[in-house]
Design a binder for this molecule. Structure first.
Ligand code: TXA
Ligand code: MG
Length: 331
């Protein structure tokens, strides 16, 4: 059903109370986090959570992350909690790390997509923490984009994708990390990364003093893990610098309007190509990545070409998102 989506501002106490009131009333509000904007609903209200799947066009079997105010709240949602959770929470919460634990029976399967596990995260964004403390519940929140599309890192991105389908968006500025949290499964005998993110395998291993598995996420059978994800509407290709240079010289591409996200220094050669230099530091690249993809997707180009950034463990999360954004099986 179409509704008028309210645009609320983080610097207005009245707007913050409106957002809290809507969440209490079982409505959907897109909220800023330090990673990407989340589409939030009261995780203790299954009817509210169901609206998330409708607004995003997301299959109901894809589980959601529950955002909580502090580590102390973990016991409201999880049981048989691995002792490793305490260590990781001490190191990385509040922050861009999601822990997968055994769910308590009271947690609705609407939130977990029918699974016996629950994904929990204490976010770092001060406004979201304030809201979570006031609400005294958890907020189920996936990224606030249409299913499989580019994740939103500004309130405007949320409006572009979901206006009319949600009650409100709370504008808290651009997200500082710009890329989704690391997800670590603590339900097995060995901790396992299910989605790479800002907290790297090395950081987790250093904190735990243990080996952490990081299987190739493409082959992992995890609900919600898809080969095609984070996709622009425009055809998008990921290639090494040499391939990119050759591609631009092909005669058939001389008349196409192209956009290039490059990591190495490149100079504009022809008028038909828009060159966008990406930052060389990983954290800066991640922060800019979805924003630039959103911009280029609106720029009416035939194709977006992305130069492959470094293939090192530090860049694993960025490579994961770029690979899925450019997977050839288009939606
Ligand atoms: O940074 C983030 O994590 C953002 C912000 C909003 O917090 N959220 C986010 O949510 O990226 P979403 O729904 O776009 O991605 C959550 C991922 C999904 O791929 C889902 O499969 C996985 O978390 N997940 C959630 N619960 C799970 C569970 N019980 N078992 C396995 N995977 C789970
Ligand atoms: Mg998402």
């Amino acid at each position: 059903m179409k509704q008028k989506t309210k645009f609320l501002r983080a610097d207005s106490p009245k707007d913050i109370s409106t957002a809290i009131g809507l969440l209490k009333a079982g409505e959907l509000v897109a909220i800023p986090t330090e990673t990407v904007y989340g589409l939030a609903a009261d995780a203790k209200n299954p009817a509210a959570v169901r609206k998330i799947f409708v607004a995003k066009g997301r299959p109901s079997s894809h589980p959601l992350i529950v955002h909580i105010a502090s580590f102390a709240k973990i016991h409201e949602w999880a049981q048989d909690i691995s002792p490793l959770a305490t260590i990781l929470a001490e190191h990385f919460w509040p922050g861009p790390l999601t822990l997968l634990l055994h769910k308590k029976p009271s947690v609705s399967v609407v939130v977990t997509g029918g699974l016996p596990t629950v994904a929990l995260r204490v976010p770092q964004h001060p406004l979201l923490l304030e809201i979570l403390q006031t609400l005294d519940t958890g907020l189920a929140a996936p990224s606030a984009n249409q299913h499989k599309r580019i994740s939103p890192t500004t309130a405007q991105h949320v409006i572009d994708g979901l206006a009319g389908g949600i009650a409100a968006v709370l504008d808290g500025g651009a997200c500082s990390f710009g890329l989704e949290s690391t997800i670590v499964d603590l339900t097995g005998s060995v901790p396992k990364i299910l989605r790479p993110g800002p907290i790297t395998q090395q950081m987790l291993e250093d904190a735990l003093g243990l080996l952490v598995l990081a299987p190739d996420t493409h082959t992992e059978q995890v609900a919600g893990n898809m080969l095609v994800h984070y996709q622009p509407h425009t055809q998008t290709m990921l290639m090494p610098l040499s391939g990119l240079q050759k591609y631009l010289l092909l005669p058939e591409n001389s008349t196409k309007i192209l956009a290039v996200m490059h990591y190495s220094s490149m100079h504009a050669t022809t008028d038909n190509v828009q060159f966008r230099a990406m930052p060389s530091k990983k954290a800066d690249y991640a922060e800019a990545m979805y924003r630039v993809l959103h911009e280029l997707d609106k720029a009416n180009v035939h194709q977006i070409l992305i130069e492959m950034p470094p293939n090192s463990p530090e860049w694993r999360d960025v490579l994961d998102r770029l690979t899925k954004a450019s997977a050839s099986d288009k939606i």
